[in-house]
Design a binder for this molecule. Structure first.
Ligand code: MN
Length: 403
């Protein structure tokens, strides 16, 4: 049953979605809200009024206390909200707590604990290999045996709408290395996963416990400076080429909203080791869109991704590394098999050799100052239509002077 909230039906934010975020109005303290259509439902006063157990978590400035409450609380809250927002008899009680989105300020919804970025798309990894190592082996030796990842910088994860300043860094030069603004600023279209329930140090989170720990999903733009990255990354992986900023959405989509989006993985050969075994369907059918300014430049299909999120989490914790509420791990760039499904400009311009043309007639190999990058996505919802994952938008600001 659709929501009685005007405009919610068909918006991608009906009762089959209900993503969580943190908002403030004027000088108010930030607090937890849920999105329905073009509105935010103010959960703290509504929860108190209705004597909801644990409603104090909605007064927090971040989602972390709610995330830590665990799957039973997540499900009870979702059932409560679904009833409130779909049964017309609740309208009079609920309507006073609906705020138009344009009247609120959305802030970073989680205190990000640790941030890990993986490299799970075979098409992306193969493309990057072909571009950077045309005479070598495209996929690293370990690639089919474990989801390769690196630890990123959680302190520079920012909410959608935040600007990203072009970073300065060191890159290969003609005579000697040069330091200055990156000349190869790129986007990476990714799907991020937000951990709710912690795990202990020394414990493992098996693939079948994924839903006991992970609350939900956000789109993620892993801004990347390719020239800095190319010079620094051997042998320890990305450092300053990626740590300057990572954008996530203002709304976290619960895993429960993606139940209809579950889909089989494309196939894993050789079969992964036992600790990475999964029950199908282990993938998610999420269709991404990558926009540069007003031009749709790619439509990466997350369903084409080789390693599933449950496998990322199992591998991340296989050595006993512990989890905290607010930990964030991401898929790595999502690229599909087709040329128009590539989730980075590195691939879309094939290493900067084949510029793409935007709607205004200008060309791009990499991002220019002033460019606006927007990621959006849809997935099948429980009402027969689609849910719309919240956008991730960011504008490139000019570099500071290098000295
Ligand atoms: Mn990445």
């Amino acid at each position: 049953m659709s929501s009685w909230v005007p405009g919610a039906a068909g918006s991608g934010y009906d009762v089959d979605h209900l993503p969580f975020g943190v908002f403030s109005v004027g000088d108010d303290n930030p607090r937890v809200g849920v999105r329905i259509g073009g509105y935010v439902l103010d959960l703290a006063p509504l929860g108190s009024l209705q004597l909801i157990d644990g409603a104090q978590v909605f007064r927090a400035r971040t989602l972390n206390p709610f995330l830590a409450a665990g799957p039973v609380a997540w499900r009870e809250t979702r059932d409560w909200l679904t009833s409130l927002l779909s049964v017309p008899g609740h309208r009079d009680a609920v309507e006073p707590f609906l705020l138009p989105l344009h009247d609120v300020r959305l802030v970073l919804p989680i205190v990000v604990g640790d941030y890990v970025d993986f490299y799970c798309s075979e098409h992306h990894a193969s493309n990057v290999g072909a571009i950077l190592r045309p005479d070598g082996t495209w996929l690293p030796e370990a690639w089919r045996h474990l989801p390769i990842g690196y630890h990123g910088r959680s302190g520079t994860v920012v909410v959608s709408g935040s600007d990203v300043r072009r970073p300065c860094g060191q890159r290969r030069g003609d005579e000697r290395p040069e330091f200055g603004p990156t000349q190869r600023l790129d986007l990476e279209a990714e799907v991020g996963f937000v951990v709710g329930v912690p795990s202990g140090r020394g414990d493992r989170v098996p693939t079948n416990a994924f839903g006991d720990h992970v609350f939900g999903v956000t789109l993620l733009n892993d801004w990347s400076a390719r020239d800095i990255q190319a010079w620094e990354y051997v042998p320890l992986g990305p450092f300053a080429g990626k740590s300057f900023g990572t954008s996530i959405a203002a709304w976290i989509t619960p895993l429960d909203a993606l139940a209809q989006a579950r889909t089989r993985l494309p196939g894993q050969y050789p079969a992964p080791p036992a600790y990475l075994g999964v029950e199908e369907p282990a993938g998610y059918d999420i269709g991404l869109e990558v926009w540069v300014n007003d031009t749709l430049v790619a439509t990466p299909p997350y369903a084409s991704t080789y390693w599933s999120p449950a496998q990322m989490l199992a591998h991340l914790t296989a050595n006993g590394a512990s989890l905290r509420a607010g930990d964030l791990f991401a898929s790595g760039t999502v690229s599909g098999p087709r040329a128009d499904e590539r989730g980075s400009l590195l691939e879309l311009s094939w290493g900067g050799t084949q510029p793409i043309t935007l709607g205004d007639g200008t060309q791009r190999t990499f991002l220019e100052d002033g460019d606006v990058v927007t990621l959006t996505a849809t997935a099948p919802g429980a009402l027969g239509g689609s849910i719309r994952l919240a956008e991730v938008i960011g504008q490139v600001q000019p570099a500071l002077p290098p000295t």
